[in-house]
Design a protein around this ligand. Structure first.
Ligand code: ZN
Ligand code: ZN
Length: 343
């Protein structure tokens, strides 16, 4: 099968072709696993973190990609949950131990043995991939393959962030950064909290306009003061300055949720500008969101079909994965990028 693989950590600024196109044997599903023929795989910011070593793969070569939509073509010994031909998705959570305290209390996203698709196990930048049958999800019929793929990460983690924001209907929500995940959060927030106002902070004019087209009441730069205080803010930027700036916009008792697997080191000094009485006192909170659970993915896919959420898509061929990654790195984002692989 054809696959795009990462062979070592590299810098996208210096190397515009971090992945190599290779021909490799089609994987054979092991016990309780299923083999998927991949139709579409989403391209995620986390791939940049894997390639550049901020969340390094546990082995090389590795096939990245954790927003996979495909059809089941073969089942391993004992696998019985699906039928051949079923359309399923694979998300960031490839497996968890199932027995630790976190796993048993509905927090498998925090499991010590959490394995991520495309980082600790081969992902979807390939014609075929395997996964344990219990870590695959039915894709609602109303969504096309390409529409469903970005929902599996950007959408599901956005959903988890929004849940962790603990918003009540009528509360103001801020979104700092407006890429693939945030634009889906805006759609969810308008459905779940119809009386809430959404305020968007972004450095790029295009993203600010896009936010207002989607229903944000206000869009400004990341260092701007919002016209009203915000009960919760979800940050999806890779930097620190927007976090410090956002704390000033938070209402008393408000919570800022950082939805980023890693922050870049470049502007870490911005943290020294945090002013305790202004930015943190009055019970303001900063919380991160880590990984996702299978429940997040399942609940969110149902919600996406119900709303319905149809992400804006930009399609690339498998061989164009490097170009998609470079464009993602340089901030050329409108909606979500996906690799169209099979049919
Ligand atoms: Zn992702
Ligand atoms: Zn566990």
């Amino acid at each position: 099968m054809k696959a795009m693989v990462l062979k070592h950590i590299t810098s996208l600024a210096e190397n515009g072709e971090p992945l190599d196109l290779v021909d490799m044997p089609t994987p054979v599903p092991k016990e309780y696993e299923v083999l998927l023929q991949v139709a579409v795989c989403g391209v995620c910011h986390t791939e940049l973190d894997e390639i550049e070593g901020r969340t390094p793969p546990s082995h090389f070569s590795i096939i990245p990609g954790h927003q996979v939509v495909g059809r089941i073509v073969k089942q391993g010994p004992g696998a019985s949950r699906w039928r051949t031909g079923d359309r399923v998705g694979i998300a960031w959570i490839h497996s968890a131990c199932g027995v630790c305290d976190f796993c048993r209390s509905g927090r498998e996203n925090l499991c010590d043995d959490f394995k991520a698709t495309g980082r600790d196990a081969h992902g979807g930048y390939a014609e075929y991939t395997t996964v344990h049958e219990n870590f695959a999800y039915p894709i609602p019929e109303s969504l096309s393959d390409a529409e469903a793929a970005p929902l599996l990460c950007a959408g599901a983690i956005g959903y988890r962030s929004l849940c962790l924001a603990s918003l009540r209907d009528g509360n103001n929500l801020g979104l700092t950064g407006f890429g693939a995940s945030a634009h889906l959060v805006l759609m969810m927030a308008k459905h779940l909290y119809p009386n809430s106002k959404v305020f968007v902070f972004s450095r790029t004019e295009g993203e600010r306009m896009f936010a207002q087209e989607l229903g944000a009441v206000w869009a400004g730069n990341t260092e701007d003061r919002s016209p009203e205080k915000l009960h919760a803010v979800i940050d999806t930027t890779p930097a620190w300055s927007p976090v410090v700036d956002a704390m000033q916009n938070l209402e008393k008792g408000g919570r800022l949720v950082i939805n980023a697997i890693r922050k870049e080191e470049g502007d870490k000094k911005a943290l020294l500008k945090l002013d305790y009485p202004r930015d943190l006192w009055m019970e303001k909170e900063i919380k991160s969101v880590a990984n996702i659970t299978r429940n997040d993915v399942e609940d969110f896919l149902k919600l996406a079909a119900e709303i319905p959420i149809r992400p804006e898509i930009q399609e690339y061929r498998l061989e164009e994965a490097n170009r998609a990654l470079v464009e993602l790195k340089s901030g050329k984002i409108r909606g979500s990028k996906v690799l169209k692989i099979g049919d």
